[in-house]
Design a binder for this molecule. Structure first.
Ligand SMILES: Nc1ncnc2c1ncn2[C@@H]1O[C@H](COP(=O)(O)OP(=O)(O)OP(=O)(O)O)[C@@H](O)[C@H]1O
Ligand SMILES: [Mg+2]
Length: 270
């Protein structure tokens, strides 16, 4: 693991410390990873970079977590990987080939699924219609994929005629994840799937993510429940101010005194 020393997250001190000791978050080249984002620079407004050299790797079969304070750039990183924000500098590859500059629908065709942090279902549509939206690129596969996805999330089959807007927050997350899975992705990008959910539903989502992963889907997940996420993931990245602050296995990060102090709070000491 690598870290940035003793500084407060989201402060100039933290930024200086990260700058002083840039962690080695990726070793090897594009061909060594399923997904590689290397030294990414990206932002929304011309001249203002939100990601300032972010690196993330995903290997086949992994669950990788992204944690960090509000505004650290976690959603921006995921959106950049999914082609929603242009890459200004750095490399972005999938199975060794560059995907920088590709639009989101091209990423979907290449087997990448994305579940946004907010507004990730169509509330006025039924569960079934939401899932149909997931396969609009391949409508003929609906029946086969619906059978697979509703086996993983039985609720989606049982309540297929229910409007998504009538569901609880946890149930909506299942719809959102189900929709992304309709295209049979090999990589799933999840942005805070447990945000706003009760502890019981949070745990259910974590378990479902593990189940999805066990079917062969590699997962990158941004999480606000950092402690629980680090327990279930293979590796994690702590982002701060658009940069990698700490990188390691879930266990390493959970037990790193600096990560605990700066990013996990007292919860991690349980
Ligand atoms: N559409 C946008 N236009 C301009 N700036 C944006 C936009 N979305 C986010 N930002 C800015 O980019 C920075 C990083 O935001 P981002 O949403 O990536 O953070 P985050 O780590 O996902 O935070 P959170 O934990 O609150 O979800 C913030 O300063 C935010 O204000
Ligand atoms: Mg976010």
């Amino acid at each position: 693991m690598s870290g940035n020393g003793d500084s407060k997250p989201g402060t100039d001190e933290a930024a200086d410390a990260v700058e002083a000791e840039r962690p080695v978050a990726a070793v090897g080249g594009p061909e060594d990873y399923l997904l590689l984002a290397k030294d990414l620079v990206a932002g929304y407004v011309p001249g203002v970079n939100i990601l300032n050299g972010c690196t993330l790797t995903l290997s086949e079969g992994e669950v990788v977590a992204i944690i960090g304070p509000n505004g650290a750039g976690k959603s921006t990183l995921i959106k950049t990987v999914f082609g929603l924000i242009p890459v200004r500098e750095g490399a972005l590859t999938l199975r060794g080939s560059s995907i920088a500059g590709l639009a989101a629908h091209s990423l979907v065709e290449r087997g990448v699924g994305y579940v946004p942090q907010t507004q990730n279902v169509f509330p006025s549509l039924t569960i079934e219609e939401n899932l149909q939206m997931g396969v609009y690129l391949r409508p003929r596969t609906f029946g086969t994929r619906f059978a697979v996805v509703s086996e993983l999330f039985p609720l989606l089959g049982e309540r297929r005629k229910a409007k998504a807007g009538s569901l609880s927050g946890g149930e909506r997350q299942m719809v959102a994840m189900g929709r992304a899975l309709m295209m049979d992705p090999s990589v799933l990008l999840l942005d805070e799937p447990t945000a706003g959910l009760s502890p019981i539903y949070q745990e259910e989502v974590f378990q479902r993510v593990k189940e999805v992963n066990s079917t062969g889907v590699s997962v990158v997940m941004v999480e606000q429940n950092a402690r629980r996420c680090l327990q279930i993931c293979d590796r994690g990245y702590v982002l701060d101010q658009g940069r990698n602050a700490y990188t390691g296995t879930g266990g390493e990060l959970l037990n790193d005194p600096n990560v605990i102090e700066l990013y996990l709070g007292t919860l991690a000491r349980d």
